[in-house]
Design a protein around this ligand. Structure first.
Ligand code: NDP
Length: 333
């Protein structure tokens, strides 16, 4: 069993030395357990937060322990009456090629509704984040303008499409021309802005949003958000999903204070974690699956191959090397 462990707590941007590879014996399952062969693992920005030894909404990773995270695998032997060989399961077993799970640690996924990898993306954690963060906090109304940062990523690309389903005008912000083209041509966003090549974000947003911004779905924070704040309308809603621009900063990320903007615009700003909506995950998954089925939603995945490339894939998130959900395929089903 190959495993990837946290070798040291990164200062600033993580690199290969943050991780170490190890090989261990595979534990054969005992009663109530099943042995899983990993097929796909998810790499996610929140994992950067877990590398810091500080209290948060999920426990920090421990040094020299396996990096936990969303993963999909195939049951190759089972001593549980709930699972059989060949079942495809999802759980948090993370960056390892095999895992011996307790039967209540994983759940079966339906192989027939969509490719199994979608359960780590559009039908999984990132899709649900988009669904609840937009609909419960952003609450876009028909004809309103929704701006999304990190728009071509796993969460952002779904947020924009749901906002379009709700009849909003959608403006995305992303970091490459390829992503801008994807947002406009494939996802039919009304406007898209490349923040890396745009000199004056405030002006670009003003032009892209002539009626102002009613909903801001924020995945990145920092200067991009500062610019969006200048364009808010009265009673705007800001859904604070992520702040990836600050995750690798060693000092507190200071910027313009937004309080006066919120007051002047009677705006509502709320952070959330997808787990807040745990009780409603079935509802969210059903809605996403039926939009997929009806062709109202589409998705992209950036899939890297090979267990040894997992750290690289994780680092790619901070370089913007992904469109849609970033995954690593570890073995064939
Ligand atoms: P993405 O698929 O969006 O991948 C990350 C993207 O972030 C990159 O592709 C890159 O795109 C962009 N990025 C990286 N560094 C910066 C930077 N310095 N400034 C601006 N953009 C940057 O990841 P996810 O969709 O999985 O996650 C998106 C956000 O949502 C993250 O902040 C994450 O932490 C958060 N999140 C929050 C959850 C919650 O429960 N609140 C749950 C899941 C995710 P580009 O080329 O455009 O720069």
């Amino acid at each position: 069993n190959k495993q990837i462990l946290l070798a040291k707590r990164p200062e600033g941007t993580p690199d290969q030395d943050t991780f170490t590879f190890e090989e261990k014996e595979i534990n054969q399952p005992e009663n109530g357990e099943l042995l899983i062969r990993t097929l796909y693992v998810s790499v996610d920005p929140y994992m950067r937060g877990r590398m810091v030894d500080a209290p948060s909404y999920v426990a920090p990773y421990q040094l020299n322990e396996v990096i936990e995270g969303g993963a999909i695998g195939e049951v190759i032997s089972s001593k549980s009456s709930h699972f059989s060989e060949g079942d495809i399961v999802i759980g948090g077993f993370g960056w390892q090629t095999f895992y011996t799970a307790q039967e209540d640690e994983v759940r079966k996924i339906d192989k027939d509704i969509a490719p199994i990898s979608t359960h780590l993306g559009i039908l999984g954690m990132t899709g649900l984040t988009a669904y609840f963060g937009l609909l419960e906090i952003g609450r876009p109304q028909e004809g309103e303008t929704v701006v999304i940062s990190g728009a071509a990523g796993a969460v952002g690309s779904v947020v924009g499409q749901i906002a379009k389903i709700k009849g909003a005008k959608v403006v995305g912000i992303a970091g490459t021309d390829e992503k801008i083209k994807y947002l406009k041509e494939e996802l039919h966003f009304d406007e898209a802005i490349n923040y890396k090549t745009t000199e004056n974000m405030e002006k670009a947003l003003e032009e892209a949003c002539p009626d102002g911004v009613d909903v801001y779905f924020d995945n990145v924070g920092g200067e991009i958000s500062d610019a969006v704040f200048t364009q808010l309308n009265k009673f705007a809603r800001i859904s604070v999903c992520g702040a990836i621009s600050s995750y690798n900063k060693e000092t507190t990320d200071l910027g313009p204070r937004v309080q006066t903007v919120l007051i002047k615009k009677s705006a509502l700003m709320q952070g959330f974690t997808v787990g807040d909506f745990f009780d409603r995950f079935n509802e969210g998954t059903r809605a996403l699956a039926s939009w997929l089925d009806e062709g109202k939603l589409t998705y992209e995945e950036t899939i890297k191959g090979g267990f040894e490339n997992i750290p690289d894939a994780f680092l790619d998130l901070f370089k913007g090397n992904n469109i849609g959900k970033l995954l690593v395929k570890v073995s064939e089903p």
